[in-house]
Design a protein around this ligand. Structure first.
Ligand code: SF4
Ligand code: SF4
Length: 126
């Protein structure tokens, strides 16, 4: 559940406001405020998008927990999710190195074709 918007780090870009699928934040003149915390889906999208590591989403999806910004920063937690998935300048995106063959699990098996029979309308049949 979203727990923190660091007013000190925030640059007021409002990306988190735009990407949140459940409209948890409200805009202000500077840092957005967490207005509907109970609607948070703990999807981490806002944290992943924040360009200055100003957000903290707790992994506890069903309850709000008290957090301490200084402690989170000191422990390297702020921005750690964004770094883990490789978002941000100079990082390798996790998706680029993930070898998990998920796609093979959801695609239907390839049809077995008889030798010498080509597909009608395929680029090779002219
Ligand atoms: S994405 Fe980050 S920097 Fe931008 S408004 Fe939200 S908290 Fe502030
Ligand atoms: S974790 Fe997801 S649902 Fe929760 S505030 Fe961030 S973007 Fe919105």
């Amino acid at each position: 559940m979203i727990e923190l918007v660091s007013a000190e780090r925030c640059i007021g870009c409002n990306i988190c406001v735009k990407v949140c699928p459940t409209n948890v934040f409200d805009k202000t003149d500077h840092a957005p405020v967490i207005k509907r915390q109970e609607d948070c889906q703990t999807c981490f999208i806002c944290e992943a998008y924040c360009p200055v590591d100003a957000l903290y989403v707790s992994p506890y999806a069903d309850e709000a927990v008290p957090v301490d910004e200084e402690g989170l920063a000191a422990d390297g937690i702020l921005g750690s999710w964004r770094a883990t998935i490789g978002w941000g300048p100079g990082r390798t995106k996790l998706a680029a190195v993930d070898k998990t063959p998920f796609i093979n699990r959801i695609l239907p098996a390839r049809p077995i074709r008889a030798a010498g029979i080509s597909d009608v309308g395929s680029p090779t049949t002219g």
